[in-house]
Write a protein that binds this ligand. Structure first.
Ligand code: ZN
Length: 193
């Protein structure tokens, strides 16, 4: 059974991974929420809880390799790989593309699970999927902790997000929080941590 959404949100709030207020996002849009997954994954019990959900979902998928995009995906990918007891690697951006470095390899025919922390546009995961196909391996699934794509991003494989977290954004001109007189702050500013 999936973890109840309210329980997950409560963990995110308690660990300050999910902040409520009035935020200026890097896109220039304003939002009443800010989510930073790394904040919750600092705590081994929550890392284990969420990675365990992903591992459980794919436990009968005969996974032989876990691969994640750096940097955000590495922590959760490593824990999923540990729970499944399989080799775990990551791809990292070099110039414009994500590549395998450090002597990492994807072997022909291997059944591969791609793991990420947060999917917003899905770009990094799609690049990792291309590496899987290019290596002649088989994509067994894609697992991630949070889907922030508002359901828009789809992968051509068995997909499992632990939680779907709706994103509310406004242009500064249409922002009701601005209209009520508050000022948007950049996440990570002093006083937020
Ligand atoms: Zn605003």
């Amino acid at each position: 059974m999936k973890l109840p959404k309210e329980e997950i949100l409560e963990i995110f709030r308690q660990t300050n991974a999910l902040l409520e207020g009035h935020f200026l996002l890097t896109s220039g849009l304003h939002s009443p929420n800010y989510f930073q997954c790394a904040k919750v994954l600092q705590y081994p019990k929550y890392l284990h809880l969420f990675a365990g959900e992903i591992a459980k979902h794919f436990e009968y998928s005969d996974i032989e390799l876990v691969i994640s995009p750096a940097v955000g995906g590495i922590v959760v990918g490593t824990e999923v790989g540990r729970v499944l007891g399989v080799r775990t690697i990551f791809g990292e951006r070099e110039g414009t593309d994500i590549k395998l470095r450090r002597g990492f390899e994807i072997k022909k025919g291997e059944r591969v699970l791609v793991v990420e922390d947060v999917v917003t546009t899905g770009g990094s995961v799609k690049e990792i999927v291309q590496l899987v196909h290019a290596g002649g391996a088989r994509l067994a699934g894609v697992g991630y902790i949070v889907d922030r794509s508002n359901g828009k991003v789809q992968f051509d494989a068995k997909t499992f997000p632990v939680l779907t977290l709706a994103v509310t954004t406004y242009t500064p001109e249409q922002c009701p929080l601005c209209a009520s007189g508050s000022a948007a702050i950049k996440p990570g500013s002093r006083g937020l941590q």
